[in-house]
Write a protein that binds this ligand. Structure first.
Ligand code: TXA
Ligand code: MG
Length: 335
Protein backbone atom coordinates (compact mmCIF):
# COMPACT_ATOMS: atom_id res chain seq x y z
CA UNK A 1 0.00 0.00 0.00
CA UNK A 2 1.42 3.40 -0.85
CA UNK A 3 1.72 5.84 2.05
CA UNK A 4 0.37 9.36 2.12
CA UNK A 5 3.69 11.10 1.66
CA UNK A 6 4.17 12.08 5.28
CA UNK A 7 7.69 11.68 6.61
CA UNK A 8 7.49 9.29 9.58
CA UNK A 9 10.17 9.54 12.26
CA UNK A 10 10.86 6.86 14.87
CA UNK A 11 12.43 8.06 18.14
CA UNK A 12 13.53 6.13 21.21
CA UNK A 13 11.04 7.11 23.90
CA UNK A 14 13.34 9.36 25.94
CA UNK A 15 11.92 12.25 28.03
CA UNK A 16 12.94 14.68 25.25
CA UNK A 17 11.18 12.60 22.59
CA UNK A 18 8.06 12.31 24.77
CA UNK A 19 7.98 16.11 25.21
CA UNK A 20 8.30 16.56 21.45
CA UNK A 21 5.57 13.99 20.81
CA UNK A 22 3.23 15.79 23.21
CA UNK A 23 3.81 19.06 21.39
CA UNK A 24 3.13 17.45 18.01
CA UNK A 25 -0.06 15.83 19.35
CA UNK A 26 -1.36 19.18 20.62
CA UNK A 27 -0.79 20.53 17.09
CA UNK A 28 -2.94 17.77 15.52
CA UNK A 29 -0.26 15.20 14.57
CA UNK A 30 -0.53 11.40 14.71
CA UNK A 31 1.93 9.74 17.10
CA UNK A 32 2.22 5.99 17.74
CA UNK A 33 3.26 5.06 21.27
CA UNK A 34 3.73 1.89 23.32
CA UNK A 35 1.17 0.71 25.85
CA UNK A 36 1.37 -2.46 27.95
CA UNK A 37 -1.02 -4.20 25.49
CA UNK A 38 -0.13 -3.12 21.92
CA UNK A 39 1.17 0.09 20.30
CA UNK A 40 -1.52 2.76 20.01
CA UNK A 41 -1.99 5.31 17.21
CA UNK A 42 -2.63 8.51 19.15
CA UNK A 43 -4.30 11.79 18.28
CA UNK A 44 -5.74 14.59 20.44
CA UNK A 45 -9.07 13.02 21.41
CA UNK A 46 -10.84 16.37 21.69
CA UNK A 47 -9.76 17.53 18.21
CA UNK A 48 -12.15 16.04 15.61
CA UNK A 49 -9.86 16.88 12.67
CA UNK A 50 -6.92 15.05 14.29
CA UNK A 51 -9.17 12.08 15.12
CA UNK A 52 -10.39 11.97 11.51
CA UNK A 53 -6.77 11.46 10.45
CA UNK A 54 -6.63 8.25 12.55
CA UNK A 55 -9.49 6.74 10.54
CA UNK A 56 -7.80 7.79 7.31
CA UNK A 57 -4.33 6.51 8.23
CA UNK A 58 -5.68 3.13 9.34
CA UNK A 59 -8.32 2.77 6.64
CA UNK A 60 -10.72 2.22 9.53
CA UNK A 61 -14.49 2.11 8.90
CA UNK A 62 -16.13 5.22 10.34
CA UNK A 63 -18.63 3.15 12.36
CA UNK A 64 -15.92 1.66 14.60
CA UNK A 65 -15.44 3.89 17.69
CA UNK A 66 -12.10 4.68 19.36
CA UNK A 67 -10.84 4.35 22.93
CA UNK A 68 -9.91 7.56 24.79
CA UNK A 69 -6.78 7.12 26.90
CA UNK A 70 -6.39 9.08 30.13
CA UNK A 71 -3.61 9.43 32.71
CA UNK A 72 -5.84 8.86 35.75
CA UNK A 73 -9.31 8.18 37.08
CA UNK A 74 -10.17 11.86 37.61
CA UNK A 75 -9.55 12.60 33.93
CA UNK A 76 -11.84 9.70 32.99
CA UNK A 77 -14.68 11.02 35.14
CA UNK A 78 -14.65 14.29 33.19
CA UNK A 79 -15.43 12.43 29.97
CA UNK A 80 -18.61 10.65 31.11
CA UNK A 81 -22.10 11.86 31.91
CA UNK A 82 -22.49 9.19 34.59
CA UNK A 83 -19.77 7.44 36.60
CA UNK A 84 -21.38 4.44 38.31
CA UNK A 85 -19.95 2.87 41.47
CA UNK A 86 -18.98 -0.19 39.41
CA UNK A 87 -16.69 1.99 37.25
CA UNK A 88 -15.13 3.46 40.37
CA UNK A 89 -14.53 -0.02 41.81
CA UNK A 90 -12.96 -1.41 38.62
CA UNK A 91 -10.84 1.69 37.98
CA UNK A 92 -9.54 1.70 41.56
CA UNK A 93 -8.63 -1.95 41.31
CA UNK A 94 -7.27 -2.28 37.76
CA UNK A 95 -6.11 1.17 36.52
CA UNK A 96 -3.60 1.86 35.29
CA UNK A 97 -3.85 -1.40 33.34
CA UNK A 98 -5.29 -3.35 30.40
CA UNK A 99 -8.96 -2.58 31.09
CA UNK A 100 -11.30 -0.40 28.99
CA UNK A 101 -14.64 0.78 30.39
CA UNK A 102 -17.58 1.72 28.14
CA UNK A 103 -19.72 4.41 29.80
CA UNK A 104 -22.25 7.11 28.84
CA UNK A 105 -20.28 9.90 27.11
CA UNK A 106 -20.09 13.49 28.29
CA UNK A 107 -21.23 16.04 25.65
CA UNK A 108 -17.65 17.25 25.07
CA UNK A 109 -16.54 13.86 23.67
CA UNK A 110 -16.52 14.42 19.89
CA UNK A 111 -18.98 12.36 17.89
CA UNK A 112 -16.19 11.04 15.65
CA UNK A 113 -14.48 9.41 18.65
CA UNK A 114 -17.73 7.63 19.57
CA UNK A 115 -18.68 6.85 15.95
CA UNK A 116 -22.09 8.25 16.78
CA UNK A 117 -22.66 6.03 19.84
CA UNK A 118 -23.95 7.64 23.05
CA UNK A 119 -21.13 5.88 24.93
CA UNK A 120 -17.37 6.36 25.20
CA UNK A 121 -14.63 3.77 25.82
CA UNK A 122 -12.01 4.85 28.40
CA UNK A 123 -8.70 3.33 29.40
CA UNK A 124 -5.79 4.33 31.63
CA UNK A 125 -2.75 2.40 30.35
CA UNK A 126 0.06 1.34 32.71
CA UNK A 127 3.03 1.64 30.33
CA UNK A 128 5.36 4.37 31.69
CA UNK A 129 5.81 5.93 28.22
CA UNK A 130 2.05 6.07 27.64
CA UNK A 131 1.45 7.60 31.07
CA UNK A 132 4.24 10.17 30.65
CA UNK A 133 2.90 11.11 27.22
CA UNK A 134 -0.71 11.47 28.47
CA UNK A 135 0.46 13.69 31.33
CA UNK A 136 2.59 15.82 29.00
CA UNK A 137 -0.23 16.28 26.45
CA UNK A 138 -2.77 17.21 29.13
CA UNK A 139 -5.64 15.99 26.94
CA UNK A 140 -7.19 12.55 26.38
CA UNK A 141 -5.65 10.64 23.47
CA UNK A 142 -7.82 8.71 21.05
CA UNK A 143 -5.75 5.63 20.24
CA UNK A 144 -6.69 2.49 18.36
CA UNK A 145 -4.06 -0.18 17.79
CA UNK A 146 -1.38 1.25 15.46
CA UNK A 147 -1.99 -1.06 12.49
CA UNK A 148 -3.85 -0.78 9.19
CA UNK A 149 -7.47 -1.83 9.68
CA UNK A 150 -7.96 -5.66 9.75
CA UNK A 151 -4.20 -6.32 10.01
CA UNK A 152 -2.34 -7.70 13.02
CA UNK A 153 -1.86 -5.32 15.95
CA UNK A 154 1.72 -4.12 16.60
CA UNK A 155 3.72 -5.20 19.63
CA UNK A 156 6.98 -3.60 18.39
CA UNK A 157 7.78 -0.18 16.91
CA UNK A 158 9.00 -2.02 13.78
CA UNK A 159 5.48 -3.43 13.25
CA UNK A 160 4.07 0.12 13.37
CA UNK A 161 6.59 1.35 10.82
CA UNK A 162 5.88 -1.61 8.52
CA UNK A 163 2.16 -0.78 8.49
CA UNK A 164 1.94 3.00 8.82
CA UNK A 165 5.16 4.59 7.47
CA UNK A 166 4.25 7.58 5.33
CA UNK A 167 0.89 7.99 7.09
CA UNK A 168 1.82 9.25 10.57
CA UNK A 169 4.28 11.81 11.92
CA UNK A 170 6.04 10.00 14.76
CA UNK A 171 6.59 6.63 16.43
CA UNK A 172 7.86 6.48 20.01
CA UNK A 173 9.86 3.26 20.38
CA UNK A 174 9.50 1.75 23.85
CA UNK A 175 10.50 -1.81 22.95
CA UNK A 176 8.22 -4.85 22.99
CA UNK A 177 4.86 -4.54 24.74
CA UNK A 178 4.36 -6.85 27.72
CA UNK A 179 0.76 -8.11 27.60
CA UNK A 180 0.65 -8.44 23.82
CA UNK A 181 -3.15 -8.55 23.32
CA UNK A 182 -5.56 -5.58 23.33
CA UNK A 183 -7.25 -4.53 26.57
CA UNK A 184 -10.26 -6.28 28.06
CA UNK A 185 -13.37 -4.16 27.32
CA UNK A 186 -16.32 -4.06 29.72
CA UNK A 187 -19.62 -2.39 28.94
CA UNK A 188 -20.99 -0.61 32.03
CA UNK A 189 -23.39 1.78 30.26
CA UNK A 190 -26.39 -0.59 30.27
CA UNK A 191 -27.40 -3.61 32.27
CA UNK A 192 -26.56 -6.41 32.02
CA UNK A 193 -22.87 -5.46 32.20
CA UNK A 194 -20.88 -7.38 29.65
CA UNK A 195 -17.33 -8.25 28.63
CA UNK A 196 -17.28 -7.02 25.01
CA UNK A 197 -13.70 -8.03 24.20
CA UNK A 198 -11.59 -10.58 26.10
CA UNK A 199 -8.08 -9.39 26.90
CA UNK A 200 -5.19 -9.69 29.33
CA UNK A 201 -7.40 -9.07 32.36
CA UNK A 202 -9.47 -12.22 32.91
CA UNK A 203 -13.25 -12.13 33.34
CA UNK A 204 -12.86 -13.84 36.71
CA UNK A 205 -10.72 -10.95 38.00
CA UNK A 206 -13.52 -8.54 36.99
CA UNK A 207 -16.20 -10.81 38.44
CA UNK A 208 -14.37 -10.86 41.78
CA UNK A 209 -15.21 -7.13 41.95
CA UNK A 210 -18.57 -6.91 40.11
CA UNK A 211 -20.18 -10.32 40.44
CA UNK A 212 -21.25 -12.35 37.38
CA UNK A 213 -20.78 -10.71 33.96
CA UNK A 214 -22.15 -11.61 30.57
CA UNK A 215 -19.64 -12.54 27.86
CA UNK A 216 -20.17 -11.22 24.36
CA UNK A 217 -19.05 -13.77 21.81
CA UNK A 218 -21.19 -12.88 18.84
CA UNK A 219 -20.27 -11.45 15.49
CA UNK A 220 -20.98 -8.02 14.10
CA UNK A 221 -22.01 -7.86 10.47
CA UNK A 222 -19.68 -5.66 8.43
CA UNK A 223 -21.21 -2.20 8.09
CA UNK A 224 -23.62 -2.63 11.02
CA UNK A 225 -23.52 0.02 13.75
CA UNK A 226 -21.09 -1.50 16.20
CA UNK A 227 -22.60 -1.04 19.63
CA UNK A 228 -20.34 -3.92 20.56
CA UNK A 229 -16.64 -3.53 19.74
CA UNK A 230 -15.36 -3.40 16.19
CA UNK A 231 -15.26 -7.08 15.91
CA UNK A 232 -16.19 -7.84 12.37
CA UNK A 233 -14.85 -11.30 11.70
CA UNK A 234 -12.05 -10.17 9.41
CA UNK A 235 -9.77 -8.75 12.05
CA UNK A 236 -6.26 -9.36 13.36
CA UNK A 237 -5.51 -11.30 10.19
CA UNK A 238 -2.11 -12.26 8.82
CA UNK A 239 -1.83 -12.44 5.02
CA UNK A 240 -0.91 -16.12 5.20
CA UNK A 241 -3.93 -18.43 5.55
CA UNK A 242 -4.25 -19.52 9.18
CA UNK A 243 -6.10 -22.60 10.32
CA UNK A 244 -6.83 -23.89 13.84
CA UNK A 245 -6.28 -27.63 14.11
CA UNK A 246 -6.77 -29.97 17.07
CA UNK A 247 -3.41 -31.28 18.30
CA UNK A 248 -4.27 -34.87 17.47
CA UNK A 249 -4.87 -33.89 13.83
CA UNK A 250 -1.90 -31.56 13.40
CA UNK A 251 0.70 -34.05 12.22
CA UNK A 252 -1.52 -35.32 9.44
CA UNK A 253 -2.61 -31.78 8.49
CA UNK A 254 1.02 -30.60 8.26
CA UNK A 255 2.10 -33.59 6.19
CA UNK A 256 -0.81 -32.96 3.83
CA UNK A 257 0.13 -29.30 3.31
CA UNK A 258 3.76 -28.95 2.12
CA UNK A 259 5.16 -25.48 2.81
CA UNK A 260 2.89 -24.93 5.81
CA UNK A 261 4.32 -24.32 9.26
CA UNK A 262 2.92 -25.59 12.53
CA UNK A 263 2.50 -23.72 15.81
CA UNK A 264 2.43 -26.07 18.78
CA UNK A 265 1.48 -25.49 22.40
CA UNK A 266 3.59 -27.18 25.06
CA UNK A 267 5.63 -29.71 23.09
CA UNK A 268 6.93 -30.21 19.57
CA UNK A 269 5.66 -33.04 17.37
CA UNK A 270 7.94 -35.67 15.88
CA UNK A 271 7.96 -34.55 12.26
CA UNK A 272 10.26 -34.65 9.21
CA UNK A 273 12.91 -31.88 9.34
CA UNK A 274 11.39 -30.23 6.27
CA UNK A 275 8.34 -29.15 8.30
CA UNK A 276 8.83 -25.93 10.27
CA UNK A 277 7.27 -25.96 13.70
CA UNK A 278 7.23 -23.24 16.36
CA UNK A 279 6.61 -24.26 19.93
CA UNK A 280 4.92 -21.93 22.41
CA UNK A 281 4.51 -22.60 26.13
CA UNK A 282 1.09 -24.03 27.04
CA UNK A 283 0.37 -20.95 29.16
CA UNK A 284 -2.21 -18.43 27.94
CA UNK A 285 -0.60 -15.19 29.18
CA UNK A 286 2.73 -16.13 27.61
CA UNK A 287 1.05 -17.06 24.34
CA UNK A 288 -0.83 -13.73 24.45
CA UNK A 289 2.45 -11.84 24.88
CA UNK A 290 4.15 -13.64 21.98
CA UNK A 291 1.23 -14.18 19.58
CA UNK A 292 1.23 -11.07 17.37
CA UNK A 293 5.02 -10.91 16.99
CA UNK A 294 4.99 -14.56 15.95
CA UNK A 295 2.20 -13.97 13.41
CA UNK A 296 4.08 -10.94 11.99
CA UNK A 297 7.21 -13.13 11.63
CA UNK A 298 5.46 -16.13 10.11
CA UNK A 299 3.68 -13.84 7.69
CA UNK A 300 7.01 -12.34 6.58
CA UNK A 301 8.57 -15.81 6.17
CA UNK A 302 6.20 -16.64 3.32
CA UNK A 303 4.82 -19.99 4.51
CA UNK A 304 1.99 -21.46 2.47
CA UNK A 305 -0.22 -21.67 5.57
CA UNK A 306 -0.04 -21.46 9.34
CA UNK A 307 -1.58 -24.46 11.11
CA UNK A 308 -2.09 -23.42 14.72
CA UNK A 309 -2.84 -25.89 17.48
CA UNK A 310 -6.34 -25.15 18.77
CA UNK A 311 -6.02 -23.88 22.37
CA UNK A 312 -8.26 -25.24 25.16
CA UNK A 313 -11.77 -23.83 25.63
CA UNK A 314 -12.54 -21.71 28.74
CA UNK A 315 -11.93 -18.29 30.27
CA UNK A 316 -8.14 -18.66 30.64
CA UNK A 317 -7.65 -19.04 26.87
CA UNK A 318 -10.62 -16.90 25.78
CA UNK A 319 -8.59 -13.88 24.60
CA UNK A 320 -6.07 -15.99 22.65
CA UNK A 321 -8.80 -18.16 21.10
CA UNK A 322 -10.79 -15.04 20.14
CA UNK A 323 -7.84 -13.47 18.26
CA UNK A 324 -6.94 -16.75 16.57
CA UNK A 325 -10.50 -17.36 15.48
CA UNK A 326 -10.66 -13.89 13.92
CA UNK A 327 -7.25 -14.40 12.29
CA UNK A 328 -8.51 -17.67 10.79
CA UNK A 329 -11.74 -16.05 9.57
CA UNK A 330 -9.83 -13.13 8.07
CA UNK A 331 -7.63 -15.39 5.94
CA UNK A 332 -10.37 -17.70 4.81
CA UNK A 333 -8.82 -20.37 7.00
CA UNK A 334 -11.70 -20.73 9.46
CA UNK A 335 -13.27 -24.09 9.84
O1 TXA B 1 -5.30 -2.32 24.38
C1 TXA B 1 -6.01 -1.56 23.72
O2 TXA B 1 -7.21 -1.38 23.98
C2 TXA B 1 -5.35 -0.85 22.53
C3 TXA B 1 -4.31 0.13 23.09
C4 TXA B 1 -3.70 1.00 22.03
O3 TXA B 1 -4.87 0.89 24.11
N1 TXA B 1 -6.34 -0.15 21.75
C5 TXA B 1 -7.20 -0.82 20.95
O4 TXA B 1 -8.01 0.00 20.18
O5 TXA B 1 -7.25 -2.03 20.89
P1 TXA B 1 -8.85 -0.54 18.92
O6 TXA B 1 -9.43 0.67 18.30
O7 TXA B 1 -7.99 -1.38 18.09
O8 TXA B 1 -9.99 -1.34 19.59
C6 TXA B 1 -10.97 -0.62 20.30
C7 TXA B 1 -12.21 -1.43 20.42
C8 TXA B 1 -12.93 -1.56 19.11
O9 TXA B 1 -13.31 -2.91 18.96
C9 TXA B 1 -14.13 -0.63 19.27
O10 TXA B 1 -15.24 -1.07 18.54
C10 TXA B 1 -14.36 -0.70 20.76
O11 TXA B 1 -13.10 -0.74 21.31
N2 TXA B 1 -15.08 0.50 21.25
C11 TXA B 1 -14.64 1.76 21.24
N3 TXA B 1 -15.59 2.60 21.71
C12 TXA B 1 -16.66 1.84 22.01
C13 TXA B 1 -17.95 2.11 22.52
N4 TXA B 1 -18.36 3.36 22.79
N5 TXA B 1 -18.80 1.07 22.69
C14 TXA B 1 -18.41 -0.19 22.41
N6 TXA B 1 -17.19 -0.51 21.92
C15 TXA B 1 -16.33 0.48 21.72
MG1 MG C 1 -7.35 -2.75 16.69
Amino acid sequence: MPGQGISTRCLLATPTAIAEAAERLRAGALVAFPTETVYGLGADGLNPAAVARIYEAKGRPSNNPLILHVPDLESARQLVSHWPPEAQALAEQFWPGPLTLVLPAAPEVPEIVRAGNPTVALRCPSHPVALALLKAVGRPLAAPSANRSTEISPTLAAHVIAGLAGRIELVLDGGATSAGLESTIVQLALRPFKVLRPGPLSPSALEAVLGPLERWEGQVQPGALQSAPGMSERHYAPRTPLRLVMRENLQQALEACPGACGVLLGEALTLPDSIVQCVLPEEPDQVGTALYALLHELDAAGHRAILFQEPPVGDAWWAVRDRLRRAAAGTGGSR
